[in-house]
Design a protein around this ligand. Structure first.
Ligand SMILES: *[C@@H]1O[C@H](CO)[C@@H](O)[C@H](O)[C@H]1NC(C)=O
Ligand SMILES: *[C@@H]1O[C@H](CO)[C@@H](O)[C@H](O)[C@H]1NC(C)=O
Length: 482
């Protein structure tokens, strides 16, 4: 019917022009009709051939695209600040127009030992500028080092929930791992005024580490931020060392006092009041026989109830590990190596390359809404770490397929660099009324060592999309890694 009408119309037009053009117009008209019919036919064919796939309903355009924009790198902490020796272990969240930049304020040395406080600086965002406030001491505990700040913004309570650990100042982590019993506290504090004041910390060791079948020698949250899931649950990623039957089977350099190392989660369903033990990545080996050790971890929610852990491995030659949970973190699938996510494992000693004792490095991962109007994946990921053999080259990558593949790295800082944390924030585009998607990163770096400063940088999604190299390398283990 439709095609006949169109043909009639075309004929009428054709009769009104010179006879020599008539044939050309008729042929063009018929071709146009055929082309329109093919287009109309296509969705039906798609439905027939992909019966088992979910049909995505186009979503209204929510996000505007803009020109790529990134700020210069600025220093938030540096060695010697307020009489502290070194700032280390950054963690970053964004809430109600403020960035909260946490770190450990180490008093005696840059190393992982001696007295430490936890501190925060609040940065008020004024468009693409940040007004940083004074350093606020969040936790100090005489005789202890308070470590691994792991903050979460609880959107229901409008509160910042901070989980951390307290360890006797001069008890080394290697002694703890060798001893193999609990000699630390897991603690939580909350802020109801966006980081200005903090509640007296509460000890949550008994309901978390205390519930493990074999007591861990050491447990450490994060480092970096935790998440609130779509159901409102607070989830803290972390890792622990335990002397179990697998630990004693490890050979030579992989054996750390007969301990196995597991990334895990702890969670709270009541805004950070009570805490419980979640699942951990099971012990296992990958297809080529490498033992999977999962160390410092980050967690993202891929879709409702589906979490993914992305972790450091202590082996110098192994890349990062990922694992999925389909039950909101109660259990995790076996870990898979992610070949493109390389991490440092070496250091230069007297100009010679040597493998580090505890290799790998922390990384940050954050999930954010995919800007696609039609997208198979609801969540895209931004990932940051020193993508090198050494602790240097702070880099950011993007994953558009749920962590199966990552783009090549965009290096944002070329010099020595180590730990980092990413946060995501949305702003409003005044012209279109649509939302804009932006990121900030807080990371350790310096000229000669990575621990001289903690620095900050903002960029929009358009910058990330245009700065990451186009090529995507596929996982060796991509098949079925969900
Ligand atoms: C920090 O401690 C180290 C010793 O670990 C010392 O060499 C260095 O001078 C100290 N730096 C500052 C800024 O206090
Ligand atoms: C370190 O090694 C590099 C390359 O092998 C060489 O160019 C450099 O001179 C060496 N530096 C020192 C201090 O030995």
């Amino acid at each position: 019917m439709l095609s006949r009408q169109i043909r009639m119309t075309l004929k009428r037009i054709a009769y009104s022009v010179r006879p020599s053009c008539q044939l050309v117009l008729i042929v063009l008209g018929v071709l146009t009709v055929v082309w329109v019919l093919i287009l109309l036919q296509r969705p039906l064919e798609d439905m027939a051939s992909t019966k088992n796939k979910r049909i995505e309903v186009p979503r209204p355009k929510e996000y505007a695209t803009k020109k790529a924009y990134e700020t210069d790198i600025e220093i938030v902490y540096k060695q010697g600040f307020l009489g502290y020796n070194t700032s280390r272990i950054p963690a970053l969240v964004y809430h109600q127009g403020y960035f909260l930049a946490f770190c450990e304020a180490r008093k005696e040395t840059f190393r992982d030992i001696g007295s430490m406080d936890l501190v925060v600086r609040r940065g008020r965002r004024l468009d693409w500028k940040v007004q940083w406030g004074e350093v606020i001491v969040v936790v100090t505990k005489p005789g202890y080092r308070v470590m691994n700040p792991c903050p979460i913004v609880d959107k229901d309570l409008e509160a910042i929930v901070l989980v951390f650990i307290a360890i006797p100042a001069h008890l080394s982590q290697w002694t703890m791992v060798e001893d193999g019993f609990i000699q630390q506290q897991v603690m939580v504090t909350r802020s109801f005024d966006n980081g200005l004041t903090w509640t007296y910390p509460r000890d949550i060791t008994a309901s978390t580490l205390g519930k493990m079948r074999i007591p861990p020698g050491i447990y450490a949250p994060g480092p970096g931020h935790g998440i609130q899931t779509s159901s409102g649950k607070l989830v803290i990623p972390g890792n622990y060392f335990v002397k179990d039957k697998f630990g004693s089977m490890l050979k030579f350099e992989e054996n750390i006092y007969d301990n196995a190392n597991y990334a895990n989660v702890i969670y709270s369903s009541d805004g950070g009041v009570s805490w419980h033990l979640g699942g951990s990545i099971p012990y296992g080996t990958d297809a080529s026989g490498w033992t999977i050790h999962s160390n410092e971890a980050m967690v993202v929610e891929m879709q409702e109830g589906v979490l993914m852990l992305n972790t450091r491995t202590l082996h110098p030659d192994l890349p990062r590990v990922q694992s999925w949970s389909r039950n909101e973190g109660h259990s995790f699938s076996s870990g898979k190596l992610v070949p493109e996510l390389i991490e440092p494992g070496y250091k230069l000693v007297n100009n010679e390359t040597q493998s580090s004792k505890a290799a790998g490095c922390q990384a940050s991962l954050i999930g954010f809404p995919a800007p696609h109007h039609i997208s198979k994946h609801k969540t895209w990921l931004a990932f940051s770490n020193p993508a090198s053999m050494f602790r240097e080259h702070m880099s950011v990558r993007l994953s558009r397929d749920g962590g199966r593949t990552y783009t090549n790295p965009w290096t944002i800082y070329d010099l020595p660099a180590a730990y980092s944390d990413l946060t995501y924030f949305e702003t409003l585009d005044r012209e279109t009324g649509l939302k804009l998607q932006n990121f900030a990163i807080l990371f350790e770096g310096g000229m000669d060592t990575p621990y001289e400063k903690i620095m900050f940088k903002m960029f929009n999604l358009d910058a990330l999309l245009s700065r990451v190299p186009r090529t995507i390398r596929r996982h060796r283990t991509a098949a079925g890694s969900d």
